[in-house]
Ligand binder design. Structure first.
Ligand code: HEC
Ligand code: HEC
Ligand code: HEC
Ligand code: HEC
Ligand code: HEC
Ligand code: HEC
Ligand code: HEC
Ligand code: HEC
Length: 355
């Protein structure tokens, strides 16, 4: 067969074209990951503009794990979590500030930023008047009412009998539960909510992960609790119920049954699972009593009486606080005075003249 110069040219041309298109395809492969930079992260939970009542937000992110070697999560500009992804789904529990939280999830490869997701969550707070109401466009969405199929590939989402082990205060020793005492192995809630008992002072039933002793699985929304709080608290704290209901003066928020405005039902960094140290807690609502003018300054125009920063003379090992002179729940006397005293003079005598 004769091969003409034209044939050779044609053959050479087609080879060239194959090579070029090969390069082109190769080029595409080289270019592809670069152009897909924007897509290595995807937000599975939560939806943007969610309202959260507590100080923990759970975040679940889809990751192109081969493309990313580091993920960092910032809340309001502070780094709160990081992970080296080893599967295509990474989960985080993030501490939230009261009010607005801007969350940034960033993906890196060889320290170079690849992708970023930004969303916001509003932490509502009943006790901080500035954060009572979520801004327009923010909504509370109930996770356990939604579609959780994406999560059940790795987590158990149906509660079991072990989540509702019966608990009574009588079965507990009087001491507080520390996080070392937390028993979690049997709870189906633990894999996602473990941070909820991670504070220093853990409430008895939460410490043993008896979550369903307060949260009802059959309720609507799912796992919601009865309101007001005292409906659940007094199921176990019968002694307190009987004591306080027999008193003449009941403190405003206690009268409304809002126990969890002051106490965490799960865990907190303060004794009695209080959300704040006692003095700070009281002055959140009674700001003027923290001015230094209280007790003496209110009635005499002298300098005030100390209300904190000194040892409490009657309660060994505790600091003087509002609870040194006032009952936080109920009392038989004016102004919720402690010690069952009848008048001002008797109150002063408790600490100043008795010894
Ligand atoms: C591919 C498997 C997988 C999927 C799918 C998955 N998770 Fe996870 N998740 C895990 C593993 C494994 C852990 C434990 C991680 C650890 O302790 O380091 C975890 C932990 C968590 C945590 C606790 C994180 C922490 O730091 O305390 C939360 C919250 C969570 N997942 C929520 C979710 C939600 C919500 C979904 C569905 C949108 C989901 N997960 C889907 C595997 C998965
Ligand atoms: C797959 C992980 C996962 C498991 C398992 C899980 N939860 Fe949740 N839960 C979440 C996420 C995510 C939220 C949304 C709020 C947040 O960001 O923490 C949530 C929210 C809640 C809420 C607030 C109401 C709502 O629906 O948003 C309650 C109450 C609750 N969980 C109780 C439980 C109890 C009780 C169990 C065990 C029987 C449990 N959860 C098991 C992930 C989980
Ligand atoms: C002593 C009762 C009690 C126990 C035990 C308890 N909780 Fe709660 N939990 C509450 C109350 C009360 C609230 C506040 C609900 C509200 O105000 O809407 C709450 C709120 C929550 C929320 C947040 C809801 C939100 O709106 O963001 C989650 C999540 C939750 N509980 C999970 C758990 C898990 C997991 C356990 C098991 C370790 C548990 N709880 C044990 C009483 C309890
Ligand atoms: C299922 C039973 C149960 C329920 C419901 C319950 N508690 Fe308790 N609570 C206990 C037990 C048991 C203890 C003792 C162990 C401990 O100190 O945490 C306790 C202790 C406490 C303490 C004292 C902690 C200390 O340092 O002495 C406070 C405060 C408290 N509970 C508040 C509440 C509030 C507020 C509610 C309602 C939201 C509530 N409890 C609902 C069982 C319960
Ligand atoms: C205004 C804030 C506030 C409210 C509301 C409140 N508490 Fe307390 N509670 C406190 C403080 C402060 C202490 C610690 C007192 C101390 O230092 O002696 C305490 C202590 C306790 C204790 C342990 C000591 C005791 O007196 O038995 C229990 C149990 C308790 N509270 C349950 C409840 C329950 C149940 C409710 C709702 C009916 C409630 N609290 C509402 C502030 C509050
Ligand atoms: C969530 C807001 C809130 C918190 C927190 C709070 N209080 Fe109150 N307090 C009230 C309200 C509401 C009243 C009733 C209205 C009034 O008398 O001003 C009240 C009334 C009082 C009274 C006056 C009772 C009377 O009959 O004169 C005293 C005393 C008092 N609180 C002490 C405390 C102490 C001590 C603490 C901290 C353990 C505290 N409060 C925490 C809201 C709060
Ligand atoms: C050394 C004891 C003592 C301490 C500590 C103390 N109080 Fe008082 N409180 C009193 C006395 C006495 C009165 C009655 C004052 C009067 O009649 O002028 C009173 C009255 C009150 C009242 C009701 C009357 C009013 O003026 O509105 C409130 C509310 C109150 N105190 C809150 C607080 C708070 C909050 C703290 C902590 C920052 C605190 N108290 C610390 C002794 C004390
Ligand atoms: C719960 C205990 C307690 C009660 C009740 C109490 N005090 Fe005091 N008081 C203290 C402590 C603690 C100090 C600080 C003592 C010190 O630092 O040496 C103090 C200091 C004082 C001072 C000195 C003030 C200063 O700046 O040094 C006066 C005056 C005083 N108290 C008067 C009263 C009067 C009047 C009453 C009754 C209305 C009263 N106290 C009730 C604990 C108490």
């Amino acid at each position: 067969m004769r091969v003409s110069r034209a044939d050779i040219m044609r053959l050479a041309f087609s080879r060239l074209m194959t090579a070029v298109s090969g390069l082109f395809v190769l080029g595409l492969f080289i270019v592809m990951p670069a152009s897909a930079e924007q897509g290595v992260l995807s937000l599975r939970y939560p939806p943007d503009r969610t309202v959260i009542e507590y100080d923990i937000l759970d975040v679940s992110i889809g990751v192109d794990k081969g493309a990313v070697d580091l993920i960092k999560v910032n809340v309001n500009g502070r780094e709160r979590a990081s992970a080296v992804p080893d599967r295509d789904h990474e989960c985080f529990s993030l501490p939230l500030d009261p009010g607005m939280n801007e969350i940034t999830v960033s993906a890196f490869r060889n320290r170079k930023p690849l992708d970023r997701i930004i969303f916001s969550a509003f932490r509502r707070s009943e006790i901080e008047s500035a954060y009572h109401k979520a801004p327009d466009g923010f909504m509370k969405k109930y996770f356990h009412m939604g579609d959780t199929a994406e999560c059940s590939a790795c987590h158990i989402l149906e509660s079991r009998e072990s989540d509702e082990m019966p608990i009574s205060p009588a079965s507990f020793t009087a001491r507080n539960f520390s996080k070392e005492a937390v028993i979690s192995s049997t709870s189906t809630c633990y894999s996602c909510h473990k941070e909820i008992t991670s504070r220093q002072y853990v409430h008895g039933p939460a410490a043993v992960w008896s979550c369903l002793s307060c949260h009802e699985k059959g309720s609507e929304p799912r796992y919601s609790v009865k309101k007001p709080d005292r409906e659940i608290c007094f199921k176990c704290h019968v002694e307190q119920r009987d004591d306080w209901s027999s008193k003449k003066v009941v403190h405003g928020p206690v009268n409304l049954g809002k126990c969890t405005i002051c106490h965490s039902p799960h865990s907190a960094n303060n004794p009695f699972n209080l959300f704040k140290p006692t003095w700070n807690l009281c002055t959140t609502c009674h700001a003027e009593k923290g001015s230094g003018q209280h007790v003496l300054g209110d009635s005499f125009s002298t300098g005030g009486h100390p209300t904190h920063g000194r040892p409490d003379p009657l309660r060994k090992g505790k600091e003087l606080s509002c609870a040194s002179c006032h009952e936080p729940h109920a009392s038989n006397f004016l102004h919720l005075w402690a010690f069952d005293v009848q008048n001002l003079f008797e109150l002063c005598k408790k600490c100043h003249y008795d010894k």
